[in-house]
Each structure stands twice: as C-alpha cells, then as structure tokens.
Ligand binder design. Structure first.
Ligand code: AMP
Length: 469
C-alpha cells in the first residue's frame, strides 16, 4: 500500500468548529470493522433510507417535477455530487452556515479539497461557465433532482443527506422569469396535493443591501442584550441572518427591525412590483414577507420561500418546503461573464412528509403500498408454477402488471397474500387448466369464477383493469 493511501481521507475541515474532523483514519476504521465483524452496522446519523413503502411518494414527486419542468421549458441537467470545495466557499460565501458549519469536506488521494455539494446553484453556475453556455440561446433553463449534503444537527425534517428539485434559469433578468419560477414550484406542489403559501420579498441590489446593513447593524447593536447567543454571533458575521432567526427570544427584536423594502432603489422596487403583478396575473397566492432574506450571499432582488398553507407549528417558525431567488452576480463571481439568473430548490423529503400528512387516516398499509397491481396470479403445483412464470412474463410484455407469490407452494398461502395486497382478482392455474390451455379468473370479493382461454389472459386482464370485465 502506498504511503499516500494511508493518509487520512478526511482532514483539514474548512470550518474551525466543524464536527467533521476525523477521530481515526479509514485504515484504523477498517481494522475496527474487522474486529467487530459480528456487530451490525447502522445508518449514519442524520441519513435516511427510502423504503419500498415510500416508493409511490418518491415516484410521484419525481414525476411531478419532470412534467412541470418540461411544461415550463426546462431541460434536465445533472452536475456531480463532488465538487472542488472552493466552488462553494467562493460562490455561496464564507460567512454562510452551509459553508462555515455544515459542509462535508475531505481531501482526496491527490490532496485536493473536495466537498459533497451543500447546494447546487454554484454547481449550475460552474457548469454554465465551463461549457460556454453563454453562447447558446438565452435563457438556459435547467432542472435536476439529486442529493444534497449538510452536516447540520439532525432533527425533525432536517437530514444530513436530503434531496432537492432544483430549477434554474440563467441569462435573463426579467420579473417574468422570477414569477414563472415561483409558479413552477407552486404547481409541482399543487399537483402533489399540497396547498402552499409563498412568502416573497426583495433584498434589492448589493448597493441597496450595503446601505440597509448599516442601518440594520446599528439597530441590532442597540438591542444586543436582548438577542440570542446565536444572533449575537451573527451580528458580527452576517447580521442579515438574524432576520431569519428561529430563536423565540429574537422574535420581538426582529419584528421591530428596519425593513429592507424601505431601502430599495427605484429600479429594484419597480422590479419587485412587477414580480408581484405577474404572480397576480398567474393567480399564484403569495404573502409579502419583509423579513425574508435567505441565508446565502449570492441572492439579490427577489427571494421566496414555500410553506404548507395553514401549518402553524407549536413553537417557532414552520419548516420551509423550498426556497429560491435571483442571483445575478454569481456567474461573474465564479469567473464567468455577467449573467443574470434565478432559481429555486424544493426539499423532496419535506414534500413527502407534507403529502403523507395530507393523506393521514387514509393511508393504505405498507403491503398495499407495495402492490403493483390489483391482479394476483396463483398456481397449484410445480408444473403450473412453470407455466405461470411463462404466462406472467407474457403478461408483462403485453403491458399488464400482476402480483404473484410463485415461491409459495400452497394455494391458501398465496391467496392470503393476494388478500393482503388488496387484489380484486386472482388468476388461478392448476393441472386441469394446463391440460385445457385455460386459466380461472376469480373475483376476490364475490368468489365468482370464470374460465378463459390462456391466450386471452392479457386481453381479459386489461378489461378488468379498465373496469370493463
Ligand atoms: P435551502 O437551500 O436551505 O433554502 O433549502 C431549500 C429546501 O431544501 C428547504 O426549504 C428544505 O425543504 C430542504 N432542506 C434544506 N435543508 C434540509 C435538511 N437538512 N434536511 C431536509 N431538507 C432540507
């Protein structure tokens, strides 16, 4: 083994206080694993397995994301999960929580500092520059669903690996782009049965923010004694973030703080008004929220967040389903040409939680959630098992999905499974049917049976599925 390979793969985290410093080398970890071979290995803290019973939600979200993105003219683009760590340090900003405290960062075998992406906007901007996308017709409209990593304190709705639908439009500065992005996100969630409330605000241009920050910092300094410990730290590093605070003790001070909307230039104010007018035009319900700033350095003008409508948590603020905004300076900041852009990210896990809550009480059991079809194919004996396998395969090719339990021997055991899967019809194949070239179709509710030619099984099954048989 080369000496290089024995070096720690995880070291020198960017943040001084990062929790990611290794306690042992991977080699030592490997040894430990060998010693404790009999111990089970569990999921890492803050991670989540998507289980088969959640399949329908996962697929529904992905389907809604794809159809809405296509409907609005966005095209699929995927960037890698691993990026040069400096992309996020430069792009997202050193003072932001996700870079300073939450980024998974390690040194690879060549000594390069690599980050597991804590967001995708900087990656999209990097790809735009790297592939010379300024030269193709603008705007470049892209979407993607993929994993994001943040070493945050795990709690309800907060994972260390989660997934986002990200949608970005680069190359155009027009209020219609911002409004359309909000409408797209709103429609994805509406298609999934979630009523959302959209909070919108404008944080103006960099110059507007500079003037506003002087005022805001002055105000918070006079109230420093009343602020939470976290906000006292933010006062030094990024006072805007205090407006985002979820600490109960900060709420009163925040409510009285100067509002950025009063510090906007004429251009930014008009731009914001146009965004709101377009939202009215598209009948997207929104609430202006003068305290909404979002945490990342690259945002300017329009910022927005989505919440489940009427969800009022017991304490603090509700968790957002997603958020986004305009980031006109980012591409240039990363070395590209000046390129206006805007986008959003929706949290898939939180959307699924909202879908489950909405369906509460009428949720099927985990078994029925796994069912692929209301049809069940049952067999009697070894010879019919083979024939059943052939017929099931034929049905699949004909586009008819059917459940089975071919590994089970007894018909009783098979029909019990058919019941558990809420099957409406069983297709039964025994010795006699094989000889006759037929199958039995049993209506599970009434027990009424019908014998049909096995060549007709797909056609008949399709009629059952269409409710015509
Ligand atoms: P952000 O870029 O932080 O505004 O995140 C956009 C969306 O991603 C949020 O509104 C959440 O829905 C989701 N999200 C952010 N952080 C997490 C996390 N730690 N766990 C699960 N979802 C998250």
């Amino acid at each position: 083994m080369s000496s290089k390979k024995t070096k720690p793969a995880v070291k020198k985290p960017v943040a001084k206080k990062s929790a990611l410093a290794p306690k042992s080398t991977p080699v030592a970890d490997k040894d430990k694993t060998q010693v404790k071979q009999n111990k089970t290995i569990s999921l890492l803290r803050g991670m989540k397995d998507f289980l088969p019973r959640e399949e329908q939600y996962w697929l529904a979200v992905n389907h809604a994301a794809e159809s809405a993105s296509k409907a609005y003219g966005y095209r699929y683009m995927a960037t890698p999960i691993l990026e040069d760590a400096s992309l996020f340090i430069r792009g997202v900003g050193r003072g932001t929580d996700i870079v300073e405290k939450e980024m998974y960062i390690f040194e690879d075998a060549e000594g390069k500092r690599i980050a597991l992406r804590p967001e995708t906007t900087a990656s999209v901007a990097r790809a735009y520059i790297e592939h010379g996308m300024h030269a193709v017709p603008q705007p470049v409209k892209v979407w993607n669903v993929g994993p994001i990593f943040r070493h945050d304190r795990p709690q309800a709705g907060r994972y260390r690996q989660f997934h986002q639908l990200n949608v970005d439009s680069l190359g155009e500065r027009d209020a219609v782009v911002d409004a359309e992005l909000i409408a797209l996100a709103y429609n994805v969630m509406r298609d999934l049965g979630i009523n959302t409330r959209v909070s919108v605000n404008s944080i103006g241009s960099a110059e507007d923010r500079e003037r506003y920050l002087v005022e805001l910092t002055g105000y918070f300094r006079t109230k420093r004694h009343a602020l939470s410990e976290e906000s006292k730290k933010r006062l030094l590093k990024n006072p805007l973030r205090i407006l985002d605070s979820k600490e109960p003790e900060d709420q009163e001070v925040v409510a009285e703080a100067p509002k950025i909307i009063d510090w906007l230039s004429d251009e930014s104010r008009k731009y914001f008004m146009r965004v709101l007018e377009y939202l009215d035009e598209m009948e997207i319900p929104y609430l202006p929220d003068p305290m909404l700033v979002r945490g990342l350095d690259y945002y300017c003008d329009t910022v927005f967040e989505f919440f489940v409508d009427e969800e009022v948590p017991e304490n603090g603020k509700p968790l957002a389903l997603g958020g986004g905004g305009r980031y006109d300076g980012l591409v240039e900041q990363l070395g590209g040409r000046p390129t206006p852009a805007a986008g959003f990210g929706l949290g898939i896990e939180r959307i699924i939680t909202a879908m489950r809550k909405q369906k509460e009480g009428q949720l099927p059991t985990s078994e029925t959630e796994g069912s692929v079809s209301p049809l069940f194919f049952a067999h009697l004996g070894e010879q019919s098992r083979r024939r059943a396998l052939k017929l099931i395969e034929q049905m699949r090719r004909d586009g008819v999905l059917v459940n089975h339990a071919l590994a089970k021997g007894s018909l009783k055991a098979q029909l019990e499974i058919a019941n558990r899967l809420n099957s409406t019809h069983a297709i039964i194949l025994g010795q006699k049917e094989i000889q006759d070239g037929t199958v039995i179709i049993r209506d599970m509710a009434s027990g009424i049976q019908e014998i049909i030619d096995e060549k007709q099984v797909s056609t008949h099954a399709k009629k059952i599925l269409q409710g015509k048989a």
